[in-house]
Design a protein around this ligand. Structure first.
Ligand code: NAD
Length: 320
């Protein structure tokens, strides 16, 4: 039986990946310190004999007995609210945590996938962003802790590939949304969905004309799964090229919730990117025609349904 380690497996993306790997017949070992994730995200998997949850901080060490075929390294605070509150933790898990995860892949002869980010492109000067664009990042701005952690993790991953022959793959993931995001994590979609359900104003950063390309979590999981099964080194963009303004995202969510919340405008965060859109030609070519299949309205409707339960004091747990 194949065995996979998912770091950050109790987080938003990691928990969906653990589910998928179990469905694909893997034994799954989830490593997480719950700094931004929650055991509740994987509670439903604990009944499977093939799933193990291990609480540990990757910055200390990683020890996994027995063989491992695949390491999916997804541990890192990921939302701006989280990484601005946890700047040192973000840098150390990106640097030392990635070193330890690469060491595990090397020791076991496993394929290693790094969850990198579209944030490596910073506030881009090329649009859409192709993998050969080197980015436009402010290393000393507040967001630098996340962007530079990811850029360093990419460099370390390539060094392990070149120096130690580890079978590595770098996935540059663009904004992804779906079930199990935390209402208070500061990202636009959970914020708008929560605000619309509660009937309070939707807070738009700036004038809302900045664009985002948002991908439903199911599409990302399919892309990561195909990428892991390939031998391609990346970097490879995984995202949805349908570009929407933040204003459009807010108004469409409001309509789908059936809310009459007003829109209010708040200052844009420092170094907030103005545009974002992946060029996914590489992924489509290498990953057997992969492209996002879930339309915005469909993915958002599923997300709204999940948030309604999570926010309902009688029907679910508030996970803010
Ligand atoms: P998340 O915060 O929900 O999940 C991250 C998980 O990592 C959490 O469960 C957290 O507790 C764990 N973690 C953090 N530091 C750790 C440490 N030192 N030791 C052990 N566990 C630790 O975030 P997410 O949205 O699921 O993102 C997962 C990964 O994907 C991150 O690496 C993120 O940078 C990357 N990514 C996400 C997106 C997105 O849109 N969600 C986009 C680009 C990249």
């Amino acid at each position: 039986m194949r065995r996979a380690v998912v770091t950050g497996g109790a987080g938003f993306l990691g928990s969906h990946l653990c589910e998928r790997l179990l469905d694909d017949g893997y034994q799954v070992i989830c490593l997480d310190n719950f700094v931004t994730g929650s055991p509740a995200n994987v509670e439903h998997l604990l009944e499977s004999a093939d799933f193990r949850m291990v609480r540990c901080d990757l910055v200390d060490y990683i020890h996994v007995p027995g063989p491992v075929d695949l390491v999916l390294h997804f541990a890192s605070p990921a939302s701006p609210v989280d990484y601005l509150q946890l700047p040192i933790e973000t840098l150390t898990v990106g640097a030392i945590g990635t070193l330890h995860a690469l060491g595990l892949a090397r020791e076991k002869g496993a394929r290693f996938i790094l969850a990198s980010s579209s944030e490596t492109y910073g506030d881009p000067r090329e649009h859409p962003q192709r993998e050969d664009y080197w980015g436009h990042v402010n290393p000393v701005g507040p967001r630098g802790v996340y962007d530079e952690a990811k850029r360093y993790a990419e460099a370390l991953t390539m060094a392990y590939r070149r120096a130690h022959g580890v079978n590595t793959g770098i996935a540059r993931i663009f904004n992804t949304y779906g079930e199990r995001m935390r209402p208070g994590d500061g990202r636009a979609i959970p914020a708008f969905v929560t605000q619309a359900i509660r009937g309070v104003p939707l807070t738009i950063a700036g004038d809302g004309s900045q664009t985002r390309s948002v991908q439903y979590v199911g599409d990302l999981v399919e892309g990561v799964s195909r990428f892991a099964a390939s031998d391609h080194p990346g970097p490879m963009n995984l995202g949805n090229p349908d570009e929407l303004t933040v204003h459009e995202i807010a108004t469409r969510i409001r309509a789908l919730v059936g809310s009459s919340s007003e829109l209010v405008y708040i200052p844009r965060p420092e170094d907030d990117p103005m545009v974002r859109r992946p060029d996914i030609a590489l992924a489509t070519k290498v990953l057997d025609g992969w492209e996002p299949r879930t339309g915005f309205d469909e993915g958002i409707a599923r997300t709204i349904a999940w948030f309604r339960t999570a926010l309902d004091p009688d029907g679910g747990q508030e996970q803010v």
